[in-house]
Design a protein around this ligand. Sequence first.
Ligand SMILES: *Cc1c(COP(=O)(O)O)cnc(C)c1O
Length: 501
Amino acid sequence: MTDFKLTEAPKIVEPTIYELSSPGRTGVTYPDPDVPRAKLPDELLRKVIPLPELSEVDVIRHFVKLSTFNYSVDSGFYPLGSCTMKYNPKINEDTARLPGFANLHPLQPIETTQGALMLMYQLQEWLKEISGFDAITLQPAAGAHGEFVGVLVMRAYHRDRNDNKRTKMLIPDSAHGTNPATSAMSGLKVVQIPSDERGNVDLEALRAEADDTLVGMMLTNPNTLGLFDENVEEVCRIVHEAGGLMYGDGANMNALLGIAKMADLGFDVMHYNLHKTFSTPHGGGGPGSGPVVVTAELAQFLPAPIVAVVEEEADGLPPLYGLVDPSKTVGRVKAFNGHFGMFVRAFTYIAMHGPDGLRDISEYAVLNANYLLTRLRDAYHVPYDRICMHEFVAEGRWKDAPDIHALDVAKRLMDYGFHPPTNYFPLIVHEALMIEPTETENKGTLDAFVDAMLKIADEAHTSPNLLHEAPTRTPFGRLDEVKAAKELILCCWLPEDYGNQ
Ligand SMILES: *Cc1c(COP(=O)(O)O)cnc(C)c1O
């Protein structure tokens, strides 16, 4: 095992930009005005404007220093399960910034936006092909938003058939929290289906709930245990027999690219997360994208508008792309056509890889996860221990170290320079540590992570305080996460009499 030489904790007493302020210092000098000064009404003017006074270099150094406190996938390994924190290739940024894309306005006449529409059309075709579905909308802004659209489409399908008694959505206990939230937001009754001891949907429990009040079922496959549901086709059959539809949560497609198509497995509708599987950046509240793919039967209900070929290629002229509204659309769910910049990034990623490259992504993602699982399973209890897909779930607890929790393991990893895995999710695993390495990482990085995890398992038994006190090598120590979320303090300096001036 590598002996870690941890560097001394940096002393962080970074002043706020207000504390750095020095009266009279400035970053700009204005030319003398070449228009006469106007007399402004006194009551509209403040005597003091609480802005910091700094030079340009003060500001640059302050913010660059703060930026180094951030952890990102560009600075290190980020095994945050379910989030697929893969590397975001920089060429994606180059293409998204091409002036022909970046400077478009969505209200321009479509004759002048043919390149963008063509890109969206091609992306639609690829995303349909990858999942095996017949129709698609690119509009939703995130995975959860895609779920909402998918569930609206399912509801619209039943209502269109005057099948109005269907109000129930089945959701496995391993599901991502957005699934029950989406169903509840859509006015449906959520019924939880337990998992069996292999981590699959419990078929007996499913059969008991599969009746004529079923809207359908939302299933993640591979599920949030990182396991491929071995009975997925049977699950789809049971739901279909009861007249329900199968929703596939395709946020995490990283194990299936080029290997299995969700439509072939029996799903009727699914969302993608371009900001997970297709390498568009995520986190920090930035724009995401959650396209929804559906079977031909559901196509007429998709949100409007959708990019289509409105005039076929003819007489040496290229096809004309335009926007069309599905006949029984659930309506518009996003301004204009969704987050176009994300489409360019995902398009670039798919085009750069091609079909074989996409399959490689999944094969390496699954290989990396199984490598970690194999090396860690003796030191960490893995409750559903079988070949995993793109991620797996271990427990951050030991019988003979009762005071140690998953949170302590996660925090201690930060001392070793790694972003912690997802913890306390999925809910069906106690003290869950959900580890997803992605295809991005090489063996050296995976080994270094294993070394840190094994060392922490050892410390949990020999020097538990190291875990309880962690992190000690980061800019900030252990924070009160609940308080940080509930009592947000975004502005830490204002003059006391601010507001009275
Ligand atoms: C990330 C994720 C979602 C939600 O996606 P957002 O873009 O965060 O809304 C839904 N389901 C699963 C399984 C996920 O991993």
